[in-house]
Design a protein around this ligand. Structure first.
Ligand SMILES: *Cc1c(COP(=O)(O)O)cnc(C)c1O
Length: 384
């Protein structure tokens, strides 16, 4: 039977993989080598230098393509390096329409690195997909979106945006870090490029920094491969191995992240000291219907604000947490708490971030896979 037709949970374990040819190792070996012996110049077995290609990285890239229902995967040194390769498809004078509520580092890459090379970025709310059309002109070459958004948990209708992108002949890239292919598959919904910070749920154990792109189109894959090799921010063999290992349990971890996320969102929303909880599983979430349609479940990310809170109060709450660790990042087995205004989103100017709701009082949780009773008890004592 072809491994292409496996269902998702089987693909996380087997997709794009076969036992190693040399000794039948079930896990791809860590080919910790920079170069490969040639019998005659050009006489190699598919690999000549590890920036251009490495068998452990290939194993990860095939797995990534398989779980995202794509054809080609590319693994990078970080999520931002993956994103950087996408922006390199553009020319000076080109324009990009991006989600306004996006990962702080993505915003920094667009504004502080690429604007000076003559690329123009529009940051807009995309909860109403048709709004994007107002920002598309003849120079628009790329739509960049994140859903659920970070940290406001807004949901963007990928299928609707892809219809607009196709009609206007603009590439659509989706940062699928928060949802993972367990919850949603942007390529199936019409996106051209899926990007991941594999540092998060795909790796899943907070022990590696890796990025990924997945596409269906060969020509687009070739262009991205050119920049991956030409700029050189590739994923090393050890890191490739760690993410491959992480992906094998993605489905079981995600199931628990979702269950725990739901329990915590429901605990918080009933708590008398809570002002507002951001989680797409609530029926009164503005795009709950889209979330239900395009996602399998609602994920493990929950943000909230306590009543009458401010910068100092939010900091006190995150400092009091004992089971949740105060740290940047997300998507690992352990629960993390963060204060976006001073941490992940500190590189976005205050007016800009407050426009999208990232106020000083906001706290973001990456709900891990511990016993949820312990997580709830921890939040209870920290909120007071
Ligand atoms: C972390 C993150 C990134 C950046 O990825 P790195 O691996 O840290 O470079 C991009 N987008 C989202 C949504 C992220 O959470």
């Amino acid at each position: 039977m072809s491994k292409k037709n496996l269902k998702f949970n089987s693909k996380t374990i087997h997709g794009g993989q076969q036992p190693d040819k040399a000794y039948g190792a079930v896990m791809p070996p860590i080919y910790q080598t920079s170069t490969y012996a040639q019998s005659t110049p050009g006489g190699h077995q598919g690999y000549e230098y590890s920036r251009s290609g490495n068998p452990t990285r290939t194993a990860l890239e095939n797995s990534l393509a398989s779980i995202e229902n794509g054809e080609f995967g590319l693994a990078f040194a970080s999520g931002l390096a993956a994103m950087d390769a996408v922006v390199k498809l553009l020319q000076p004078g080109d324009e990009v329409v991006s989600t306004n509520d996006l990962y702080g580092g993505s915003y920094r890459l667009f504004r502080l690195v690429y604007e000076k090379f003559g690329i123009k970025f529009h940051f807009i709310g995309m909860q109403k997909a048709t709004k994007i059309e107002e920002y598309i002109n003849d120079n628009t070459k790329l739509i960049w979106l994140e859903t659920p958004t970070n940290p406001m948990m807004n949901i963007i209708d990928i299928k609707k945006v892809s219809e607009i992108a196709k009609k206007r002949n603009v590439l659509l890239a989706v940062d699928n870090t928060f949802a993972t292919p367990y919850l949603q598959k942007p390529l199936d919904l019409g996106a051209d490029i899926v990007m991941h910070s594999a540092t998060k749920y795909l790796g899943g154990h907070s022990d590696v920094v890796v990025g990924a792109l997945v596409v269906k189109d060969k020509e687009l894959a070739d262009k991205l491969y050119f920049y991956q090799n030409a700029s050189g921010a590739v994923c090393g063999p050890m890191d490739s191995f760690l993410v491959l290992r992480g992906i094998k349990t993605l489905h079981v971890r995600m199931q628990r992240h979702c269950e725990n996320g739901k329990a915590i969102a429901n605990f918080l929303v009933k708590h008398p000291k809570i002002e507002k909880v951001y989680w797409p599983g609530f029926e009164d979430h503005p795009n709950h219907d889209v979330a239900k349609e395009q996602m399998k479940d609602f994920g493990g990310m929950v943000s909230f604000i306590t009543k009458g809170s401010n910068y100092d109060e939010a900091i006190k709450i995150v400092e009091r947490l004992q089971v949740f660790t105060l740290a940047e990042s997300l998507g690992g087995v352990e629960s993390l708490a963060g204060h976006p205004a001073s941490m992940t989103h500190a590189s976005i100017p205050k007016e800009e971030r407050e426009k999208s709701g990232v106020v000083d009082a906001l706290i973001r949780l990456s709900v891990g896979i511990e016993d949820v009773e312990d997580l709830i008890a921890d939040l209870e004592q920290a909120i007071g």
